[in-house]
Design a binder for this molecule. Structure first.
Ligand code: SAH
Length: 344
């Protein structure tokens, strides 16, 4: 089968094999792939882009992820923790200017006990009709259960790579099995689960990426972040090459055509790598964008991968900028919370 026929088949059946996806990823023809992905996005997500406000509230982390700049062994990083009151104030300011989803993300920091996170969720939910996405890494089943009862709506926990051996090498403190178990717990507890993976991890190949996309389907996630690996100099992978932006866009497009209704962000890593990638992502299946909303003094310190230095701007100004950008590319900011898109 030629590439176009494979793409048509995946679009029509919402099924794909590892070989079919690998063939698409290896192909140099991308126009048709991106146009079918864009068409699928329009059919299922319309022209609406969901804007999510993310609060990266702590860069303390107990993990040793070989790629990540906030890993516990990076002694050169200045660590910070936001107080609960400060996190709630930040969420309130974002909610009041129109953010309808607040993502609470941090390193795996057990200083924030089950009770502290519970109180955060309850206080933020009391602000109004706001969705909460948690992204706090691997925690106990009882933690996840309690936070769902407190009102958390979604949980973002990327599987990072579907290659079990590679996963276990990159995450010496945990295991692929544990990660999948957490994702299954989250689904069972009624969260709208989110996963995702990186492109360009050393040891990864196109077959791995095909498996990554198929794993998203198997886990039946409501959102998935696909971004390039960006080497951080203070990590064991600091000398490696960054993942390809083009390959990331191709994986995003295949994910849109296969999964149809999953929320797919133009990831921050893609944008940091190259500004044009953001627009390309919005024409290759993406329908979500996240903006950091914590104070600028913390943004630079949430140093998972290297980025340009941060210009201090007012929250309102940042929101106005992203809105005008979205209009410029012919899309609109969604005015609903952007929950899971139901199957049709
Ligand atoms: N502790 C949370 C949040 C982790 S940081 C958790 O475990 O889920 C959020 C995401 O940043 C990770 O899931 C990973 O995919 C991404 N990330 C970390 N280091 C990166 C790097 N060097 N390049 C690109 N993405 C990276």
């Amino acid at each position: 089968m030629d590439i176009k026929s494979i793409i048509d088949k995946i679009y029509e059946t919402s099924e794909a094999t590892i070989d079919e996806i690998t063939a698409i990823l290896a192909s140099k023809e991308t126009d048709y792939l991106f146009s079918v992905a864009d068409h699928t996005r329009k059919e299922y997500c319309k022209d609406k882009i969901h804007l999510r406000g993310i609060i990266e509230f702590s860069n303390y982390c107990r993990c040793e992820c070989l790629y990540c700049g906030i890993r516990c062994h990076n002694r050169s990083l200045q660590r910070y923790r936001m107080e609960l009151d400060e996190i709630v104030e930040t969420a309130k300011a974002a909610y009041e200017i129109g953010y309808k989803t607040i993502i609470l993300q941090s390193g795996e920091d057990l200083w924030y006990t089950r009770e502290k996170i519970s109180s955060l969720i309850r206080r933020i939910k009391a602000l109004g009709d706001v969705a909460i996405t948690l992204s706090l890494g691997e925690r106990d089943y009882e933690d996840y259960k309690q936070w769902k009862q407190d009102g958390a709506d979604r949980y973002l926990l990327k599987h990072e790579t579907a290659d079990e051996d590679l996963y276990n090498r990159l995450h010496p403190h945990s295991s692929f099995k544990k990660r999948l178990q957490c994702l299954r717990w989250l689904k069972k507890l009624g969260y709208q689960p989110g996963s995702g993976f990186m492109i360009g991890l050393p040891g990864q190949n196109l077959t791995t990426i095909a498996k990554d996309i198929l794993l998203l389907k198997e886990l039946d996630v409501d959102m998935a972040g696909i971004g390039p690996f960006l080497p951080h100099p203070a990590t064991p992978l600091g000398e490696n090459h960054a993942g390809s932006g083009l390959l990331t866009l191709k994986a995003l497009a295949v994910a849109r055509i296969l999964l149809k209704r999953t929320h797919l962000p133009a990831t921050t890593a893609l944008e940091v790598q190259n500004r044009n990638n953001r627009e390309n992502a919005f024409h290759a299946g993406a329908n979500v964008i996240m903006r950091k909303v914590q104070a600028s003094k913390y943004r630079q310190l949430y140093d998972i991968y290297p980025k340009k230095s941060i210009v201090e701007k007012d929250l309102k100004q940042e929101k106005a900028e992203i809105e005008s950008y979205i209009q410029k590319i012919g899309r609109q900011i969604a005015d609903d919370r952007g929950d899971a898109i139901p199957l049709i």
